[in-house]
Design a protein around this ligand. Structure first.
Ligand code: FES
Length: 203
């Protein structure tokens, strides 16, 4: 069983399982508006350790995520699947935005509101610039790969739709009840620390 840590929480992963499915099963803070078809990008996450234990980026990821961001570890949770023994450590974009927003209202020691507004704005701007830079080819390419049928109805069955509803409710409930990590100088610090721990454990 491979260990995957998403948003600081350690989870067990089955071989071949997608990071999105692991996160959904555990109610981790992640988006999945398109139910994993590869269109909405709300499942975007950053792999901080263990990228060698995942499949290489798929064509859909290359469509949406610029090469430089792929190099930085950005993936789509619905496209990245466990292939090795791990451990894998990742922080979802949804959770990063939550932490950055929290830091605006509760500036970590040594920072002020302006620093944190700037970090949050940079993150949002960067994501939008990446999208706009590839438009409309990224959109057209994704539509042709996924197909209109799945785009219009990603669930394809009542059972899948019910599962999507149930997982969405679980993620919202768990996210609202889970404390926002203690403010730190960098919202990613705690995840980096977890990555270092995981690396040490695997050595
Ligand atoms: S869930 Fe929509 S792109 Fe991954």
């Amino acid at each position: 069983m491979t260990t995957v840590t998403i948003n600081d929480v350690e989870m067990e992963a089955r071989p071949g399982e997608r990071l999105l499915d692991i996160a959904r099963r555990n109610g981790a803070h992640i988006g999945f508006v398109c139910d994993g078809t590869g269109f909405c990008q709300t499942c975007k996450l950053k792999v901080l350790a263990g990228s060698e234990s995942l499949n290489p980026p798929t064509e859909l990821e290359k469509t949406w995520i610029p090469e430089q961001r792929l190099q930085e570890g950005w993936r789509l949770g619905c496209q990245a699947a466990v292939r090795g023994r791990g451990p894998v450590v990742a922080l979802t974009n949804a959770e990063e935005l939550r932490r950055q927003t929290f830091a605006v209202f509760n500036p970590p020691p040594g920072t002020n509101v302006a620093d944190n507004v700037s970090a949050l704005t940079r993150n949002i701007l960067q994501q939008n610039i990446d999208q706009i830079a590839g438009y409309p080819f990224n959109m057209l390419n994704a539509v042709s790969r996924i197909g209109l049928g799945r785009l219009i109805n990603p669930w394809q069955s009542v059972e899948r739709f019910n599962q999507w509803l149930s997982d969405t409710a679980k993620v919202i409930d768990q996210t609202l009840r889970s404390p926002v990590p203690a403010p730190s100088a960098d919202p990613l610090d705690r995840v980096r620390a977890a990555a270092a721990d995981a690396r040490r454990a695997s050595e």
